[in-house]
Design a protein around this ligand. Structure first.
Ligand code: GLN
Length: 196
């Protein structure tokens, strides 16, 4: 069974841990550098990207995690986690600690006030035909992607909201609150394919 870390400094980490356990994976809350030693993959949850970034520095996780991600640790960033994973962000993240590992540019809180939070049925071909019902909670948008990045899902207007680059996965929404485990299963398959 794969052992998946969930960065547990702030934000929606508990729901990810529950969902991973439901799927039979081992899930470990990551709070200290030594917790990173025996994991096969990690989820950076939604929450507040600036807070998670600062806490990563305080808990001495920032450098070691960035190094591991860049060395190929399968990593899934959701919402705030996606912002932290992006190589480029808007100015609101200037001077913030970031993981800066995925070849995408994101804009924080990009859905304006009336759609800041909304739910929608998303078509995600890699998950099969049934739409994925999901929740956007003051989420970011992916503004552009590099040549190695695969777009996994867009909204009807073309806005990019799910991406993959090799062992890195990013979603602008919260798949852990939907009750649908297919995104977590997809991440587990990425982790398993990297172990071979
Ligand atoms: N708005 C948050 C941020 O900028 C992200 C929200 C979320 O993770 N649900 O970090």
């Amino acid at each position: 069974t794969p052992r998946i870390g969930v960065l547990a400094l702030q934000g929606d980490f508990d729901a990810h841990i529950k969902m991973l356990r439901e799927l039979g994976a081992e899930a470990v809350a990551i709070r200290l550098p030594r917790h990173l030693e025996e994991i096969d993959g990690i989820i950076i949850p939604g929450g507040e990207s600036t807070t998670i970034g600062k806490l990563m520095v305080v808990y001495e996780l920032h450098e070691v995690l960035q190094r591991k991600i860049r060395a190929g640790l399968p990593t899934w960033g959701t919402c705030a986690g996606l912002i932290l994973l992006a190589r480029e962000t808007d100015n609101s993240m200037a001077g913030q600690p970031l993981l800066a590992s995925m070849d995408i540019r994101v804009r924080r809180n990009a859905f304006g006030s009336q759609r800041e939070s909304f739910e929608t049925d998303l078509s995600v071909p890699v998950l099969g035909e049934a739409p994925f019902h999901t929740f956007f909670i003051r989420g970011p948008q992916v503004e552009s992607v590099g040549p190695e990045v695969e777009v996994l899902a867009t909204l009807d207007d073309g806005t990019i909201v799910a991406v993959r680059e090799g062992s890195l996965l990013g979603t602008a929404f919260h798949p852990e609150v939907s009750g649908d485990t297919r995104f977590h299963q997809y991440f587990l398959r990425i982790v398993q394919s990297m172990q071979r």
